[in-house]
Design a protein around this ligand. Structure first.
Ligand code: R5P
Length: 293
């Protein structure tokens, strides 16, 4: 039996092909179809002793079922180690019950994934109140890849660094904004955010922050409703920012949100391809390849 193989469903095939090429291993398709009653049918065509399953988990509900069935099929074919490469790790934001009775999805989904795979590789997982992935995956190997080199590479190198300011929209953004700032050699600050609802946030900024005339890069891990970016851009425009570009690791937003982001004064939103998106401007595949090798 082959030692290492990459497996992927049709919707993940293109990225999985790049990953297989980078690592230099064979790619085995996983066939999927839908039964007349809407249930999912999965057939693995080949497994390696170590099988790397490339499976995107944005908009995850159906994809989680496919994942479980695919892992089960790969194990039937003899896989003894399954490495899940999920460039975006879903359900990480609901890390506590904000209201009585709410499920803590982060823990539930982490437990589910742990039951099926041996190793999880992901890019910039959203860990706010959670220290690291081992805190929620105590018995499963995990690898969290920093997206800082990718976001730093998106910063325009024709503008003098002294005219650029990186801004994290909230305290949670401190770690990744700092990492990008160190890579790019430009300063950073973070703003204060209060979330009132899914699409309702307020952002405040320190009076002394040097915003006027600056080329601002807003740096965030996820763009979903776009409310965070819009609120931040409005505050920054009032303070005289010369130009605002947003950099995100995972772009989950749709057309409507993109329009709102533009209307808020953000000239460009650039993201990685952890989720294929019309704003994807740089690929995470080579970083992933290095991590799984
Ligand atoms: C905050 O918890 C995250 O880092 C992002 O700022 C947030 O998920 C963005 O979500 P939205 O686009 O819905 O404001």
């Amino acid at each position: 039996m082959i030692d290492t193989i990459i497996a992927a469903t049709p919707e993940n095939m293109e990225a999985a092909q790049k990953l297989a090429r980078d690592i230099g291993v064979e790619l085995a398709p996983i066939e999927t179809s839908t039964f007349p009653d809407g249930e999912t049918k999965v057939r693995a065509t080949k497994a390696g002793l170590r099988t790397i399953l490339f499976h995107r988990l944005d908009h995850p509900n159906d994809k989680l079922i496919t994942l479980i069935l695919a892992v089960s099929a790969l194990r039937e074919l003899g896989a003894t180690e399954i490495v899940l490469v999920a460039p975006y790790l879903c359900y990480m934001r609901q890390d506590q019950a904000f209201q009585t009775g709410e499920a803590v999805s982060q823990r539930v989904i982490a437990r589910l994934l742990s039951q099926w795979v041996d190793h999880i590789v992901t890019v910039e997982p959203h860990l706010h109140r959670t220290k690291n992935l081992s805190a929620i995956f105590p018995h499963t190997k995990t690898t969290a890849i920093s997206a800082a080199p990718l976001l730093a590479a998106l910063i325009d190198n024709e503008t003098p660094p002294s005219e650029i300011l990186l801004i994290g929209p909230d305290a949670e953004a401190h770690a990744w904004t700092k990492a990008v700032s160190e890579r790019a050699g430009v300063p950073f600050i973070v703003l204060r955010k209060t979330r009132h609802g899914d699409r309702d946030v307020t952002i405040t900024i320190d009076e002394r922050a040097p915003i006027a005339g600056k080329h601002i890069y807003l740096v965030d891990d996820i763009v979903s409703s776009g409310a965070t970016l819009c609120a931040a851009a409005q505050v920054l425009k009032k303070r005289g920012a010369a130009r605002i570009v947003a950099l995100a690791v995972h772009a989950l937003c749709g057309e409507q949100e993109l329009k709102e982001i533009k209307n808020a004064g953000i000239v460009q939103l650039l993201s990685t391809d952890t989720i294929p998106h019309k704003t994807s401007a740089i690929s995470a595949i080579s970083l992933i390849a290095r991590a799984v090798m």
